[in-house]
Design a protein around this ligand. Structure first.
Ligand SMILES: Cc1ncc(COP(=O)(O)O)c(C=O)c1O
Length: 420
């Protein structure tokens, strides 16, 4: 693992033409003319991942880790993904697990942690969570665990770290919350929350699904005990990536075959792993390497590259947020669900139209060839805490570093028509 204190680099402009050239979807004739604003649902996949999947399926689609060449190679390709993705996240490769999805990883975690706790022990579950990081924890109530709701502010949708001062008790065992919500998109003060939790010896499980697509985080720096995200939203294959601190993994109960107790990549992933998708995940690291090499002259450790790329992506996305949020702020017929300050949020912008039904606005946006989604986004609890009915819910426009200013302008023009 790398340890470093990197100063913020001077502003550098992201070359979006180059970045987009790495995604076949941007040259796909059937998608031509459409602008993609549903990235929080699932991103486009980069060429490097597609290449690795194709190579795996055509050359090494056999049971891995046997001595014959195709099998040895299959295992090597899978191992490479653990190594390369872990390096970008600044964690040990034995601390990285690839499961079928984040929801399923959370389900497994709840089962693996429960035996460490006594009846009457407490967990704090934020009401800003996607249901994928909520239901499985809440169901522990039927197994003797007390679940405490960490409520959000009714107006801003934000979580207040200070609430934890009252909520954490001697029985608290875990706090779970999103790095950034998939609806409200405020970036939570992870380090402050982790510090409060660790002071009380409480485990922190962070849902990074809506944050990681904006640049892979340095998990060591965050000091999370558990960090989860979904690679299919992070330009890659349909897998859930789950970091669990080495010392914690060994205390948790094995969820795999009994003889896998000592197998770091198996004990928390009871489903047989999807070999090809795991092998494909290294393509995300290939992609980041290529983007880094295009923008910077040096070749540092992946963790350093990841941090600088995260800044580059974030600067680009923040610059695009400004005109969109300004446009929305200036209107009286729409409410931004979440902060209107581009500096404290991810580029997932959720709105509630006040003068026109949500389905009508969504239908008009679609007519404008804008791929935008509406509904509750499995965030019913957060919407309800903000007094928003999940049916019909809200409109969500989510974009990533490969989005251009032109597309934002098209979105603004489309909204002008759709909200009328
Ligand atoms: C913030 C957040 N957490 C968790 C999930 C669940 O992820 P998965 O689809 O990998 O189960 C999602 C999915 O949209 C999400 O947006």
């Amino acid at each position: 693992m790398t340890s470093f204190a990197e100063a913020r680099e001077p502003a550098l402009t992201l070359d979006t033409d180059f970045v987009r050239s790495q995604f076949p979807a941007f040259r796909e004739p059937s998608l031509a003319g459409w602008a993609f604003f549903e990235n929080a649902g699932g991103s486009y996949m980069c060429q490097q991942v597609i290449d690795r999947l194709l190579t795996f399926y055509t050359q090494t689609k056999v049971q891995p880790y046997y001595p014959y060449p195709a099998s040895t190679e299959a295992g090597k390709r899978m191992d490479e993904s653990y190594r390369r993705i872990a390096a970008y996240l600044n964690i040990g490769e034995d601390e990285l697990n690839f499961g079928p999805s984040t929801s399923q990883n959370v389900y497994v975690l709840a089962q693996a942690l429960r035996p460490m706790w006594q009846d009457g022990d407490e967990i704090i579950v934020s009401c800003q969570n996607h249901e994928g990081n909520s239901g499985a924890w809440r169901r522990l109530e039927t197994q003797g665990i007390v679940v405490r709701d960490w409520h959000i502010d009714e107006k801003t949708g934000r979580l207040a770290a200070d609430d934890l001062d009252e909520m954490i008790t001697a029985r608290t065992r875990l706090i779970t919350f999103p790095h950034a919500s998939n609806v409200i998109a405020h970036i939570n003060p992870v380090q402050e929350i982790v510090a409060k939790a660790h002071k009380a010896d409480v485990i922190v499980a962070i849902d990074g699904v809506s944050y990681a697509p904006h640049g892979l985080p340095d998990i060591q720096e965050l000091n999370a005990d558990i960090y989860l995200f979904s690679l299919y939203k992070t330009w890659g294959p349909h897998l859930g990536a789950m970091f669990v601190k080495r010392a914690l993994t060994s205390q948790m109960s094995n969820q795999s075959h009994y003889y896998n107790d000592d197998e770091c990549h198996y004990r928390l992933t009871p489903a047989g792993p999807d070999h090809a998708q795991i092998a494909g995940a290294a393509g995300v690291a290939d992609y980041l390497d290529v983007v880094y090499a295009h923008h910077f002259d040096d070749d540092p450790a992946s963790a350093v590259k990841g941090r600088k790329l995260q800044q580059l992506f974030s600067d680009h996305e923040t610059a695009l947020l400004v005109p969109l949020l300004d446009f929305l702020n200036a209107r009286s017929d729409v409410v931004i669900v979440g902060p209107d300050d581009p500096g404290i949020r991810a580029s997932t912008v959720t709105i509630l139209p006040l003068e026109k039904p949500v389905p009508a606005v969504a239908a008009e946006l679609e007519k404008q060839k804008l791929m935008v989604a509406s509904g509750d986004f499995d965030g019913i609890r957060q919407l309800n805490e903000m007094k928003i009915n999940e049916d019909p819910g809200v409109i969500r426009m989510s974009f990533l570093h490969y989005t251009t200013r032109d597309e934002i302008d098209r979105l603004i023009r489309g909204l002008t028509i759709a909200l009328k």
